[in-house]
Design a protein around this ligand. Sequence first.
Ligand code: 5RP
Length: 281
Amino acid sequence: MSETTTRAPLRGAANMSWGMKNRLSRLIQPDGHCFFLPIDHGYFLGPTRCLEEPAKTIEPLLPWADGLFVTRGVLRAAIPADCGVPIILRVSGGTSISGHDLADETLVATIEEIIRCNATAVGVSVFVGSDYEKQTLENLADLVSMCEGYEIPVMAVTAVGKELEKRAARYLALACRIAAELGARVVKTYYAAEDFETVTNGCPVPVVMAGGPKCKTDLEVFEFVYDGIQRGAIGVNLGRNVWQNPHPVAIMRALYAVIHEKATPKQAHEVFQEIKEGSAA
Ligand code: 5RP
């Protein structure tokens, strides 16, 4: 949906092969930015609020999504095969919110399965600073080795372990750099209000921001996404702050304006209000 005609350079793509570039170009738009919509939360949270019926939740949001981050189970059961939005398949899991440690993940799909689902990319969590740091970094490395032969990009999802709970930029930078060193083609991390540049500058591949629990105000979402992009992130993988908002279409469209149309937080808020009020009329 972006209007840019010349493709912005992609960090880390200089020596990339055709297949890898082609897949990434479906996910990351010519303006160099992306808006991924994650609906994978059920893989450890169960029936997450507003995601009880994933197909219904996402249907009105898809026109503005550059990628859908989803598990194979929900993909098969709830996503129409002709949905048109590229799939980023979540392939790590095996834990639950009621289990002993969310970081104790394993890989939950084979390369055959990834290809069968026609995934454009795959996602795996790494828990740097947790008791399962080595295991989850091995998951990432194994997945990269599985996928590179088929030119399928791996997105590392950097979750924060016990010592990293503060989400300070220096810890996020550590996790992102390690993920890129192990071969991730895209790294997803959290936004940090202070020194976020150390995260993006220290990572040789594109950085995408997750949202975390819903922000207190709508403006707060526009502000962190805007600031993170100014400071080097290429976009977002934003779930709860979109589909748990009482006006999901309005917030999705307004965030699209920040990501792909250079809107400021104030302008995005105006877009949000306009759509919200229009749909209430
Ligand atoms: C959950 C994930 C999500 O994809 C990620 O956290 C983004 O969603 P949100 O914006 O709701 O945090 O990896 O396992």
